[in-house]
Write a new protein. Structure first.
Length: 263
């Protein structure tokens, strides 16, 4: 049991509600920020219990910001804990958050849990996460709950939206105009999917470059293609380019790889 879970189990202060498997996830990504001068933003204040937990966990150098639509949450403020009142579904409000918090090291979305709320918050606030910071969205099981706008494979759910971010992380390798390098490609390093939690870690990422070291174990000099093989290669490349543009499965891929290994 880590310190966050211990705090939760022994909590006699403000009310909070968490799935118990969250604590190991929190500690895995947040422990490196402890006892440092950082800024944490949590969307969703409720009764203020988790704001107090973060204050205890991260230490006296941390500044904690809560966001909630309920004006009563303003009363949860105390030393090192500040509360902003506004809707996480309102881009105009979200654009003002950075002006007050400054760069964010950790953002935790534990707000209203609807698909639009999670998506709009991400689209407006991820850009303000510090290099090497963390964006964590929890309670993403609502992606499968109809009352929150979710459903298995339902278009517009935050989980389906986040799956598309996997493509963006790999966009440096794309050969198609439909997948281009974006700012997300250049700044997001990893995406982790857990039961009800999605974690995105930021790290500045230039285009990856392959590299070789060491000595060959055998003669790797490629053989030369004959005329028939050159024509075959041309045909396969053209055919697969068309199939690629149509989003269809590749044709004779193993043969094409064999031909590519020759000069």
């Amino acid at each position: 049991m880590n310190q966050l879970e211990q705090y939760f189990e022994q909590n006699q202060q403000r009310l909070m509600h968490k799935y118990q498997h969250y604590f190991d996830i929190y500690d895995r990504y947040f422990s490196r920020f402890r006892n440092k001068p950082i800024t944490i933003v949590e969307i969703g204040v409720s009764h203020g219990g988790s704001l107090q937990m973060w204050k205890e966990y991260f230490g006296p150098q941390a500044t904690i910001w809560g966001i909630d639509i309920d004006p009563r949450c303003k009363t949860m403020e105390e030393a090192n804990i500040h509360v902003l009142i506004g809707s996480q579904e309102d881009p105009a409000f979200l654009k003002t958050v950075y002006d007050q918090t400054g760069p964010i090291d950790i953002l935790i979305d534990d707000g209203g849990h609807t698909q639009d709320q999670q998506r709009i918050s991400f689209e407006n606030l991820f850009q303000h996460i510090q290099p090497n910071g963390v964006y964590l969205c929890e309670d993403t099981h609502t992606s499968y709950w109809n009352i929150y706008g979710g459903g298995h494979k339902r278009q517009g759910s935050f989980t389906e939206y986040a799956k598309n971010l996997i493509d963006l992380i790999n966009a440096h390798h794309s050969e198609q105009a439909s997948l281009q390098v974006t700012e997300f490609t250049k700044t997001a390093n990893t995406i982790h999917f857990y039961d009800s939690v999605i974690v995105i870690e930021k790290t500045p990422r230039p285009a990856p470059k392959p590299k070789m070291t060491g000595k060959p174990s055998f003669d790797a000099t490629p053989s030369k293609k004959n005329l028939v093989e050159k024509l075959e290669m041309h045909f396969l490349l053209k055919t697969n380019k068309i199939l690629q543009m149509m989003g269809l499965r590749g044709f004779a891929i193993n043969r094409m790889i064999d031909l590519c290994s020759k000069n």
